[in-house]
Write a protein that binds this ligand. Structure first.
Ligand code: FES
Length: 120
């Protein structure tokens, strides 16, 4: 699959926030943290709730329901109750800084992983 134009301007995603979009029928959470854009599947791996409604901080997003945090770069949970990673997707932008458009490629999604006992 190739990168798909999301219809979102990079400038419209404020730092330490997330928005919910759909790409090819998939729910995707577009987030910005530390100035960097991330795309992660917008479904918590613990239960079927949107991660985009959680708080973004220091490269992670917190699930609003039970509080697991997910690393936005790897999709891995950093604490319980979630134990499985959420797929992450490649994000690119095109265009001038102010009007640059966000593209997401669903194909390189990471393989879900499990957090180790040591990190619980
Ligand atoms: S639904 Fe996300 S941590 Fe439980």
């Amino acid at each position: 699959m190739t990168a798909v134009r999301t219809g979102v301007r990079a400038a419209d995603i404020a730092d330490e926030t997330a928005v919910a979009i759909e790409v090819g029928g998939e729910p995707v959470c577009l987030a910005r943290s530390g100035g960097r854009l991330y795309a992660i599947r917008d479904v918590c791996s613990h239960a079927d709730v949107a991660l985009s409604e959680g708080d973004v901080e220091d490269g992670t997003i917190e699930c609003w329901l039970h509080g697991s945090r997910f690393d936005l770069a790897s999709g891995r949970p950093t604490g319980l109750p979630a134990t499985r990673a959420v797929p992450v997707y490649a994000v690119t932008t095109e265009g001038e800084a102010r009007d640059s458009q966000v593209f997401v490629d669903l194909s390189p999604a990471t393989t879900p992983a499990t957090i180790s006992q040591e990190s619980r």
